[in-house]
Design a protein around this ligand. Structure first.
Ligand SMILES: *[C@@H]1O[C@H](CO)[C@@H](O)[C@H](O)[C@H]1NC(C)=O
Ligand SMILES: *[C@@H]1O[C@H](CO)[C@@H](O)[C@H](O)[C@H]1NC(C)=O
Length: 348
């Protein structure tokens, strides 16, 4: 009896994770919110809300696509401090929490020349509207220095979770990964030694306990199995890219509808590069590019993608508010373009 009921419970949990419980959202969305400038975003499939990071205000924004209402989340010691940018947003569907990454903006503004300044990771309960922790990354940066020959790492911009709810927060300049437990205790998961001299880890997602990272310093991907005792990077060179294609990812995201087989790389210059892996990211093939050419885009850069219900969107960043900045921040529906590249398959 007990075993049967546990099995039933497990089955119902599985169904609730997979089934779309939020009413469908389709077509371009336009968010009316002053100063939004979203750099990254994620969809809370439990609460049916979108979370976006306001890069320059260093706030987070909750958006309800059914009413178009926004709510600004002010982050203690972070928001409205011009030294901070909110560059990373990630939703952990298992633990039902939102992660918010606040970085020292100078790192990106100087392309890694100035890595001073503070970085923070915030864990947020979207139902209770409560900050669960708000931790500073300096101790991690100091621990990394002991492992990588004394180099300061910085440019924290994205995170992903393993099945236990640990989150992995990546530093773009220096290629280091912090592991943070659900209670906020931080350790060094990985520190590249010697660190690359150019921007590296720029986006991360997880498939189960596998971390998949876009590493611009090698124009490819790197994976880690978080269940191994020692972090061991495995390089994955993308196949089938057209000759002359310049690999570059700002965001890197796996839309849940493809169950971890599709990675969307936000190439700020060219659009969304679609990669596929049918072997758990042991190898990966380029499927094509979705151009960022919707008339609603203006001079936006396609820094991130997100799946909202069954639809896939590009989020547009308007760096430093260079005019023209739209009154309404657009999310561009690219569901059909991604689906057609997936059904066409790779060219090699
Ligand atoms: C919300 O905005 C969209 C455009 O993004 C519009 O089509 C829709 O009617 C609005 N809905 C509400 C409830 O205001
Ligand atoms: C950003 O700050 C401006 C000025 O304080 C404010 O009007 C705007 O609502 C803020 N927006 C966000 C998303 O934090």
């Amino acid at each position: 009896m007990k075993i049967a009921s546990i099995t039933l419970l497990a089955a119902s949990l599985l169904v609730s994770e997979i089934e779309a419980t939020c009413p469908p959202v389709t077509g371009n969305l336009f968010i009316k919110q002053n100063g939004l400038f979203p750099e990254n975003l994620d969809w809370d499939s439990d609460n049916c809300r979108l979370y976006l990071g306001s890069l320059f205000n260093a706030t987070a924004v909750e958006y309800n696509p059914y009413t178009n209402k926004t709510h600004i989340i002010t982050l203690p010691s972070v928001s409205f401090d011009p030294n901070y940018h909110v560059g990373g947003i990630d939703y952990d569907f298992r633990k039902k929490v939102v992660y918010i990454g606040a970085d020292a903006g100078a790192a990106f503004n100087t392309n890694g020349a100035d890595l001073t300044g503070m970085n923070r990771l915030i864990r947020y309960d979207p139902r209770r509207h409560q900050i669960l922790y708000n931790i500073e990354m300096t101790p991690f940066q100091n621990m990394v220095k002991l492992r990588n020959g004394g180099q300061l790492v910085g440019g924290f911009q994205d995170m992903a979770e393993d099945v236990f709810g640990n989150t992995y927060f990546i530093a773009t300049f220096g290629n280091a990964i912090a592991k943070v437990t659900p209670y906020g205790s931080v350790s060094v998961f990985y520190a590249q030694n010697p660190p690359p001299t150019v921007a590296g880890y720029s986006g991360i997602f997880s498939v189960g306990n596998t971390l998949v990272i876009a590493d611009n310093s090698i124009s490819g991907f790197v994976t880690f199995d978080t269940s191994r005792r020692r972090a061991h990077p495995v390089v994955v060179a993308p196949q089938c890219q057209p000759s002359g294609y310049v690999f570059s990812c700002d965001g890197f995201y796996a839309p849940p509808k493809y169950h971890g087989t599709i990675g969307l790389c936000s190439n700020d210059v060219q659009g969304i590069a679609v990669y596929q892996s049918l072997d758990g990211w042991a190898s990966s093939k380029y499927l094509g590019l979705v151009s960022n050419n919707d008339p609603a885009v203006g001079n936006g850069f396609p820094t991130a993608t997100v799946q909202i219900t069954d639809s896939i969107y590009i989020s547009e960043e308007y760096f430093f508010g260079t005019p023209p900045v739209p009154d309404l921040f657009p999310l561009i529906d690219i569901t059909a373009q991604v689906a057609s590249l997936v059904s066409a398959g790779p060219s090699c």
